[in-house]
Ligand binder design. Sequence first.
Ligand code: SER
Length: 314
Amino acid sequence: MKRILVTGACGQIGSELVKSLRQKYGPENVVATDIKKPSAFLKATDGFHYLDVLDADELARLVVEEDIDTIFHMAAILSAVGEQHPQMAYRINMEGLMHVLEVARQKGVRQVIAPSSIAVFGPDAPKENTPDDTPLNPTTMYGVTKVAGEKLMQYYYLKYRLDTRSVRFPGIISSETAPGGGTTDFAVDLYVHAVHHQPYTAYIDAHTPLPFMYMPDAIKAIVQLAEADDSCLTRRVYNVHAMRLTPAEIVASIQRYIPSFECYYEPDHRQQIAESWPHSIDDRNARRDWNWRPDYDLDGMTRDMIEKLSQSIQ
Ligand code: SER
């Protein structure tokens, strides 16, 4: 039985990942950690610990005391906040990952899974069907830390045979925990405003395409990769893709369910970040090696998002 530690467990992905891992491996085998105050769900469990990923000693103590063999390292600063505080983003994203890898190596952790992002790509990468292997010249600090993070994880795999694995996530749309500090957060805001019957002003231009994925598919991807037989893997970092969407397309989908919803567009500094990223991603390696397939398309996601968000505000 696995003994798992999750960093960033109160974040957008971490919170749903903990739920899913606890269902799979038993609540007692999944230790959730974060520097944020835990949600009511996490608070109600005794498997929550305060942990700053910059505190390597505390991380080591938890790994030893809890007999951890697998770490999902989800704590990170995202792209938009990263551009406001690049030095802080570098520190948290790079030192945090280095601590996780070092503690893993020193304390005999078997596997480390940490997400990467489409932000590893810069303006010189192909915009459509961006392949796994292409120039990685990001123009954001977040992207810089994700490229370096991928390389660091590959280094630990090659040098120390630590089983490191990563997926490059697109923008993730979800209903449970709000995202924080990303360029793609507007997609979640659209749904939240729509169910509250409020208009929304998007900070990304109506016709800017970006790659997106619904949260259940994101959780499926990262758990499936973690569980894949090592002999099937031909690389440590994989592109994963689900939908190529513009803000206008998401709005049109919402309007099929909530026709009165209105969206206005006032692009800000985040527009430049969005324009530096791909429109769609080639994920054929993930599909071939570990059978990756998303379940949700745009309207399937919209139906589910509106249902879940409506329930949560009742
Ligand atoms: N959702 C992230 C961001 O916008 C991309 O990985 O920063």
